[in-house]
Design a protein around this ligand. Structure first.
Ligand code: IFM
Length: 463
């Protein structure tokens, strides 16, 4: 992924057909959409706590009500049906199932996902369940959070409880969503829950998340799970001044720190060097990597943009990347989304081709890709041509990767609904369906109608 170039493709391109059986879907996450934060026995999560501390989330927004999906899930499944989705990726809120993280199981929490799964199946939509999308039960954080080893074992126990209830109907399971974000934004830069600023804790958290993935995968397999995935946020790292050293280090910290243990059973040496200088390696015990390195069926890829770096000797370390003194993270120079993230569809092609070359044994699934823009309703419509352009470009890149041999099985757009975008609150809209956060009314945007047509023809029309 280092010293690579990114392919640029012309707009105004021909129609493209995807392989038969290619899975089209959409993704969400529990804390971002469910609301009902204190209902039916749900316990507090680190995001409940974090979002209530003034200054942590824009305008003091919280996930207390969010899209109210907990009560409106049937309406949301109807929307999915109208779009023709084959799969819906949602996450299970750990504190709904085990309000204190371990011990007592909350039956009402399991009942909610039971209803959701049945509703999806009744409409012919495959449920893809993610077990951890960042809402750690607060009680476990109080006991040390992901920085302590015990949390990995508790995660596997929780995975077994959920699988026991839903495993007869859910085929596809994802253990973790974006462990880099959970560990380095949560425990190092502190811009995500639990808001800690301790690089050593972040490296420990990363390892315990990976260990939790391995233990949960064992528990899911023992229960007979059909298909198991790990989802990573991956970003090709490009060195703009032509060198390679800085890009390689950032690639290690963001990408290979998770890819190599999970898919090869070892940490990259460059990552171990940085971790050793930030708290040491005492938390990595003999035998851990064999547990982490479980055979999995799918690698989930969340791709939004590449990263650009350069050598800059006076630069301090980036707050989310320990050990990056002397490396500048370059701001985008071309078009960006409302997140100020560069729009570079070619990065997805680069990434998919690289993954299929370096980790050929695992199938690939885009579990998130999408963009925030400043959408405004116009009567009953939301004209979001910028999002259509973004999605079209990225699907063309995905198609090019398939043509080049990548074993890409499907594409799940982020996100079905506008939702709680973490530290940005409700200010950033990623949905293909607009949500009015006063009334909770849903309005499919033009991109949703466009996506419905893409799904119906299993490909892109000519533009
Ligand atoms: O909203 C998030 C999601 O929770 C994880 N992946 C990135 C998305 C956009 O920031």
């Amino acid at each position: 992924m280092t010293a690579e170039t990114i392919t640029t493709r012309e707009a105004g391109s021909p129609g493209l057909a995807f392989p038969d059986g290619f899975v089209w879907g959409a993704a969400t996450a529990a804390y971002q959409i469910e609301g009902a934060a204190a209902e039916d026995g749900r316990g507090p999560s680190i995001w409940d706590t974090f979002s209530k501390v003034p200054g942590n989330v824009a305008d003091g927004h919280t996930g207390d009500v969010a899209c109210d999906h907990y009560h409106r899930y049937a309406e949301d499944v109807r929307l999915m049906t109208e779009l023709g989705l084959a799969a819906y990726r949602f996450s299970v809120a750990w504190p709904r199932i085990l309000p204190a993280g371990a011990g007592r199981v909350n039956a009402a929490g399991l009942d909610f996902y039971d209803r959701l799964v049945d509703e999806l199946l009744a409409h012919g939509i495959a449920p893809y369940a993610t077990l951890y999308h960042w809402d750690l039960p607060q009680a476990l954080e109080d006991a040390g959070g992901w920085a302590v080893r015990d949390t990995a074992a508790r995660f596997a126990d929780y995975a077994a409880v959920v699988h026991e209830r839903l495993g007869d109907r859910v085929r596809t399971w994802t253990t973790l969503n974006e462990p880099w974000v959970a560990s380095f934004l949560g425990y190092c830069s502190g811009v995500h829950a639990p808001g800690r600023r301790d690089p050593a804790a972040a490296f420990r958290a990363a390892h315990h998340l990976l260990l939790g993935h391995g233990l949960a995968t064992q528990a899911l397999r023992a229960g007979g799970a059909a298909e198991i995935a790990l989802t990573l946020n991956l970003s090709p790292v490009i060195q703009v001044d032509g060198g390679e050293r800085e890009a390689t280090l950032v690639d290690g910290l963001m990408n290979r720190q998770f890819l190599d243990p999970a898919l090869r059973g070892r940490y990259p040496e460059d990552v171990l060097d940085v971790a050793a200088r930030h708290g040491g390696l005492g938390h990595i015990r003999d035998g851990d990597l064999a547990v982490v390195h479980q055979p999995i069926d799918l690698l989930g890829i969340n791709y939004y943009n590449p990263s650009f770096v350069s050598a800059a000797p006076a630069e301090p370390a980036n707050p989310a990347f320990p050990g990056t003194e002397g490396i500048r993270f370059e701001p985008p120079t071309g078009p960006t989304t409302a997140m100020d993230w560069p729009i570079e569809p070619g990065g997805l092609e680069t990434l998919l081709v690289r993954l299929s070359r370096d980790y050929p044994e695992v199938g690939l699934l885009v579990t998130e890709n999408g963009a925030a823009f400043d959408d405004r309703p116009d009567g009953d419509r939301v004209h979001d041509d910028d999002r259509i352009g973004y999605l079209d470009g990225h699907l063309r890149a995905a198609h090019a990767a398939i043509t080049a041999g990548a074993d890409l099985r499907g594409y799940l757009v982020w996100s079905l609904l506008d939702n709680f975008e973490w530290a940005y609150g409700y200010h950033k809209r990623f949905g293909i369906v607009y949500v009015d956060f006063e009334t909770r009314r849903r309005v499919p945007k033009d991109s949703a109608l466009w996506y419905r047509d893409v799904i119906a023809r299993n490909g892109l029309g000519s533009a």
